[in-house]
Structure formats: C-alpha cells, structure tokens
Design a protein around this ligand. Structure first.
Ligand code: SF4
Length: 114
C-alpha cells in the first residue's frame, strides 16, 4: 500500500517492515497505517484462505464509492486466481461493485465468469 507520510510507493516493501516479524515502528506508525483496514480485518467471518499473508493478496476499498481493489503481491501474481480470491471477487461483482486488480504498476478491471 502507498503510505504518503513515508513517501512509500505502492507495491514496494516499507523500510520499517520486517517480513517475518511485522512493523518495526508499530507503536509510532503513521496515521494512514493506523486507519487502514482490509476486508479480512474488517470481517471476522472471512476464511483463513483470504488472510493476506497467506493468499498474497488483500482486498480493500479504494476510497471511491463502492469500488474495491485486489492488491496482489507482485512476487505472487497468480494470487488473484486462487479460488478464495476468485469467489470473493465474484461475490463483489455480483453485488454490482467494480473490482480492480492492482499488481505492481498494472491495474485492470476484473471480470468473473463464476
Ligand atoms: S504498518 Fe509499519 S511496516 Fe507497514 S507500512 Fe506502516 S510503517 Fe510500514
């Protein structure tokens, strides 16, 4: 995720992130980190298969009305095709939401046939 306070672009590791341990500055992390919630964090009913560190993707709103973004780990571009992710995207699309896939510098509107 982009973090304006840190000049951190999207799809790049944060300098404060320890990949196996988490945020090194958690207690003093920026406001945009404090306020961010992906759908997995927002809804306890989400399955473990959609936990971002396990599926290599996270789904969040994009700030625009009713749109969602699947942020895919560029090191795992296949993550958007995982069954759990595809099911979630299909459900969001079926409810009339637009869903975009962001992977590195690429953003595409997702369509499902599920
Ligand atoms: S929560 Fe910590 S590691 Fe993650 S982006 Fe914010 S400052 Fe960086």
């Amino acid at each position: 995720m982009r973090v304006p306070e840190l000049d951190k672009p999207a799809a790049r590791w944060c300098d404060h992130c320890a990949p196996d341990a988490g945020c090194r500055v958690y207690a003093g992390r920026p406001e945009s980190c404090r306020g961010f919630r992906c759908l997995w964090l927002m809804d306890r009913r989400f399955p473990d298969a959609l936990r971002p560190d396990r599926c290599h993707a996270l789904v969040a709103t994009n700030g625009a009305a009713d749109d969602f973004v699947v942020h895919v780990d560029p090191a795992h571009p296949e993550a958007a095709d995982a069954p759990a992710v595809r099911s979630l995207v299909a459900a969001l699309c079926a409810s009339g939401r637009r869903v975009y896939r962001l992977c590195g510098d690429s953003t595409v509107l997702m369509e499902t046939t599920d």
